[in-house]
Design a protein around this ligand. Structure first.
Ligand SMILES: O=C(O)CCC(=O)C(=O)O
Ligand SMILES: [Fe+2]
Length: 330
């Protein structure tokens, strides 16, 4: 089973050292003691269920294809990971801001969300969820910084101004037992930001995490906990000391429905993630940042985000940025 960490234990040096070592080796853990009200989390699942139960045309009224900022709903089959179709429908929600005038490159990700007129509670519930999780995420980040002998506030500047958090509300439909077309719920990937807090429905299965020896371990839901993992930018900031762990969701024939709400804490689009100078006893154990020609890692968050958004949603990329998409995708 994956390790469990209680947020309250991180106030001691021993607790922080454990956080650091767990994230060095495994990169994933269950977080207890986060203090987020259970009623709020139940409310998130309740609006998620209501949204996915809406008629197709209501859901498509906020389709991502209509957003130049990659916000909104994708139906089953609307997203790719590793070039393969994922078996999930989802809404992507980011910070509610005006678009940047004449934006180029990744600044085009800034803009308004799309909210369904048929379900006003979605917006208010997600706003409360966002506020609660931002606080938990920032606390964790300060603990990580301290555990690496860095100034606990080293990440604050990058986050304080216009963080580009992404929230996904996701449903993997049950796969019929006679559907043998594939088993990719979401393909194996690293998260592209700094840190992810994943809210899972009690009882949900299908998520797997890659261990250090390359085998896959199951990460079932644990009641009352968030599942936490780091993203590529923390791997970059620590020279690979902390591990952005590859993970995937399997939905083989007969798999039950799964709902999840990943909360990706990210810095400002134009923020460059600071590099932490590790003390010698840690530096000697840093593995360096993984180099994968198919997945270049950038220190500016927006560049990383643009890479992953355009790759996951080539239809949106082509519709709004046809010239650029033509060069990259064809
Ligand atoms: O749905 C899940 O449990 C995991 C989703 C995930 O890894 C992602 O969206 O990045
Ligand atoms: Fe992920």
């Amino acid at each position: 089973m994956l390790p469990v960490i209680d947020l309250a234990d991180l106030d001691t040096p021993a607790g922080r050292e454990r956080l650091r070592e767990v994230t060095h080796h495994v990169g994933f853990f269950y977080l207890d003691g986060h203090g987020v009200d259970r009623r709020l989390l139940d409310g998130v699942f309740s609006v998620a269920r209501q949204f996915f139960a809406l008629p197709e045309e209501s859901k498509m009224s906020i389709a991502m294809i209509d957003s130049p900022h990659f916000r909104g709903y994708n139906r089953l089959g609307g997203e790719l990971t590793n070039g393969e179709i994922d078996w999930r429908e989802q809404i992507d929600i980011g910070p509610e801001r005006d678009p940047v005038p004449d934006a180029t490159d990744y600044l085009r990700l800034q803009g308004p969300n799309q909210w369904p007129a048929a379900l006003p509670a979605l917006k208010s519930t997600i706003e409360q969820f966002d506020a609660a999780l931002a606080e938990v995420g920032m606390r964790l980040l300060r603990h990580w910084a301290a555990s690496l002998d860095a100034d606990p506030g080293i990440f604050d500047d990058a986050f304080a101004h216009a963080p580009a958090t992404l929230i996904k509300v996701v449903r993997y439909p049950a796969r019929p037992s006679d559907d043998h077309t594939g088993e990719q719920g979401v393909g194996a990937h690293k998260d592209s930001g700094v840190l992810t807090l994943l809210l899972l429905e009690p009882g949900s299965t299908g998520l797997q995490v890659e261990s250090e020896d390359g085998s896959w371990i199951d990460a079932p839901a644990r009641t009352g906990s968030f599942l936490v993992n780091i993203g590529e930018l923390l791997e970059v900031a620590t020279g690979g000391y902390l591990r952005a762990t590859r993970h995937r969701v399997l939905t083989p024939a007969g798999a039950p429905e799964r709902l999840s709400v990943p909360y990706f804490l990210n810095p400002a689009l134009d923020a460059t993630v600071p590099t932490i100078t590790l003390p010698p006893h840690l530096a000697s154990r840093a593995r360096g940042v993984e180099r994968d020609p198919a997945n270049p890692l950038y220190r500016t968050y927006g560049e990383n985000a643009w890479k992953s958004r355009t790759r996951a949603h080539p239809d949106v990329f082509r519709r709004w940025y046809p010239k650029e998409a033509g060069c990259k995708l064809d």
